[in-house]
Write a protein that binds this ligand. Structure first.
Ligand code: CAA
Length: 289
């Protein structure tokens, strides 16, 4: 990555996280290629970016011209060859190891030899994703938080074969887009989810056991522990499928009952109740994002 010009970024996957990452980069002046195989996903991603940027403009955080300029820096494409000149490639596709490895197999063929390669996985081992890519020393985790335009943290995850140079490049990149990097080892859940997911799972157990209604559990944590959002509303924001994948991964990897997965979470995912993005999770939402 040249120090003299802004790095070009490619984001693979135009879902909530992918489009949020693309937006965060574009707002900081970086050109972004947003790739997805699904035209509808690209359209939804661009629409979400537009809505998020409009919100920031309304709050006085950005001018209308800056919003237009940021959107102008994002090139949405379903043609993977469009990512060939990127200095940084960030993958944010579905949390499934087989899917990610398949996607990385194709991405590695077109990505520039010297590009920094990163996965935004929240629950899968970076080392395992990197194993099929062919240049594991250039591969690391860059774990963003939802909503990406608002939350400043990025976990930089050092996998077994990630080089020190890659770690430094990743940290510099994260700072370049105005976020705060922290370094963590490639252990299940990294830092945030290792601590956060058991708390979220416990809230689901509390709901299933009738300790309180969803509203009362959330109000309890907002007003009694000063959380910005109650745990069930937070699962709705993150996506029940994403929270389930993270909970399953922690349980599988640690084999510790403290990470047990609440059956209600699994049932809701099976019923297609994925949270805000599907219009219903623990709560119902008027508009799907
Ligand atoms: N785009 C742009 N701006 C947004 C936004 C979005 N998508 N969502 C919220 N905002 C802005 C609002 O406009 C508002 O801006 P101002 O401060 O300038 O007024 C600010 O963020 C606060 O929003 P609200 O006033 O609407 O509501 P709030 O105070 O409840 O904040 C929230 C909303 C930022 C989502 C806050 O509730 C929060 O931080 N919740 C916790 C989120 C969290 O913990 N995320 C991590 C999830 S874990 C994860 O992502 C990792 C994983 O792997 C599972």
């Amino acid at each position: 990555m040249s120090e003299t010009r802004p790095p070009k970024v490619a984001v693979i996957g135009a879902g909530t996280m992918g489009s949020g990452i693309a937006q965060a980069c574009a707002v900081r002046g970086l050109n972004v290629t947003l790739f997805d195989t699904q035209a509808e996903a690209l359209q939804r991603g661009l629409k979400g970016m537009d809505a998020s940027l409009a919100r920031i403009v309304r709050k006085g955080g950005l001018t209308e011209a800056a919003k237009r300029a940021a959107l102008g820096r994002v090139k949405a494409t379903a043609d993977l060859s469009g990512i060939g000149d990127a200095d940084v490639v960030i993958e944010a596709v579905f949390e499934d190891l087989t899917v990610k490895r398949e996607v990385w197999g194709r991405v590695a063929e077109v990505a520039e030899e010297g590009a920094l390669l990163a996965s935004n996985t929240s629950s899968l081992p970076i080392t395992e994703i990197a194993a099929g890519v062919g240049r594991p020393e250039r591969f690391c985790g860059l774990h963003f938080f939802n909503p990406v335009p608002v939350l400043p943290l990025v976990e930089v995850v050092r996998a077994q074969r990630t080089s020190e140079e890659t770690v430094e490049r990743a940290k510099t990149f994260v700072e370049r887009i105005g976020k705060t990097p922290i370094l963590c080892d490639d252990k299940p859940g990294f830092i945030v989810n290792r601590l956060l997911i058991p708390y979220l799972s416990d809230a689901v157990f509390a709901l299933s056991e009738g300790v309180g209604s969803a509203e009362d559990i959330d109000t309890a944590m907002k007003l009694g522990a000063n959380m910005p959002l109650g745990p069930l509303a937070l699962i709705d924001l993150v996506g029940l499928d994403v929270a389930l994948a993270a909970a399953e991964s922690l349980h599988r990897e640690f084999q510790d009952p403290k990470f047990r997965v609440p059956p209600l979470l699994r049932q809701l995912v099976r019923a297609g109740k994925l949270g805000r993005k599907s219009g219903e999770g623990f709560y119902r939402y008027e508009e799907t994002a």
